[in-house]
Design a protein around this ligand. Structure first.
Ligand code: HMG
Ligand code: MG
Length: 296
């Protein structure tokens, strides 16, 4: 399983209080010492839409590069692509949602319009950048309810045809259960090779670890996770953070799946970050690991 760490982007984007640039870069640097190498690091979006992400280029400049590190920036349009390239990203995430209402609130575009934007980005993107295509609201939209897995699979297939290297299915509001994940993957895996599919689960209803297990059972080997369960989306009211990286690592350890990351070290970094920034620390496995360290 390859984990992409999302705490500095999805983890922070919804926060009202601005997290200083050095602290964002410091979070990535500290997490890279735990074995994490792939980072959904920053966004290159409108600073009016998401003020917290206004310092994407400066954050990347503060990251100490280590071997194998891949820094992704989320890019909603050509302007974002330009700034992302200038900032030295290794990869980009392009995005659409499955539902028009969420997409319009999130990136001011219908699904058709955002697919068109993605097409234009893909025509311009330098060959050496890794490109991930996100399909948000892949099972549920906060405004339109349950989504049709066939439609999501169609979007995923189209993105792959257009040249993305991987499609990430975004369970934006954390409402899905493993049954929803299975139904979605039934359709997506019919049209996209499993090695090109990643998952991105939020944990609002406490289902994200179960959903991760469901995706693992289908052979999915790429996912996003966020240390300390940090996160949310400014345009998905009530949605909480991503599945906690520590919780995923504990699951993977139990299943004997390699990942190369030190779960206790992730918990230490995330707990300290949450304490410094007055944020709740939301990893059950992390809390337990920290407590057993304290007992030793
Ligand atoms: P718009 O208003 O239609 O854009 O917003 P516009 O082209 O009309 O430009 C409006 C202003 O934004 C202009 O500035 C542009 O220069 C500026 P002004 O002239 O008013 O001063 N602008 C930009 N500035 C910096 N970087 C850019 C950029 N583009 C325009 N790239 C837009 C459309 C997409 C820009 C806007 O809606 C936006 O930035 N949305 C981003 C929202 C966002 O970041 N949401 C959270 C990330 S998605 C997510 O979290 C889901 C995910 O985690 C998966 C899951 O959970 O499902 C990935
Ligand atoms: Mg998200």
């Amino acid at each position: 399983m390859t984990i992409t760490e999302s705490s500095s982007r999805d983890g922070l984007q919804s926060l009202g209080a601005f997290v200083p640039t050095a602290a964002k870069a410091g979070l990535i640097n500290d997490l890279s010492r735990t074995g994490l190498r792939l980072f959904d690091a920053v966004s290159f979006v409108s600073p009016k839409a998401v003020p917290q992400m206004a310092d994407g280029a400066e954050v990347l400049a503060g990251v100490e590069r280590v071997e194998g590190m891949t820094l992704f920036g989320l890019v909603p349009n050509l302007k974002g692509l330009e700034t992302a390239i200038a900032a030295g990203v290794d990869g980009i995430g392009v995005l659409t949602a499955a539902s028009d209402t969420f997409n319009e609130r999130n990136i001011n575009a219908t699904v058709d319009e955002s697919m068109h934007r993605i097409r234009r980005i893909l025509l311009e993107v330098p060959e050496d950048l890794v490109v991930r295509g996100y399909v948000s609201t892949a099972t549920h939209c906060p405004f339109e309810g349950e989504q049709d897995p066939d439609w999501v699979a169609h979007l995923a297939e189209t993105l792959v045809e257009w040249g993305v290297h991987a499609v990430f299915l975004g369970e934006t509001i954390g409402k899905a259960t493993p049954a929803h994940v299975d139904r979605l993957l039934d359709e997506v895996l019919d049209v996209v090779p499993v090695e090109m599919v990643g998952v991105h689960f939020h944990d609002t209803y406490g289902q994200a670890v179960a959903n991760t297990a469901a995706a693992l059972g289908r052979g999915v080997a790429m996912m996003d996770a966020s240390a300390g369960g940090l996160g949310g989306c400014p345009y998905a009211p009530g949605a909480t953070g991503n599945v906690a990286t520590e919780d995923v690592l504990y699951l993977l350890d139990g299943l004997g799946i390699e990942h190369g990351i030190d779960a206790l070290a992730v918990a230490e970094v995330a707990q300290a970050f949450c304490a410094d920034h007055n944020l709740p620390y939301n990893s059950a496995a992390g809390r337990a690991l920290l407590a057993s360290r304290a007992r030793e």
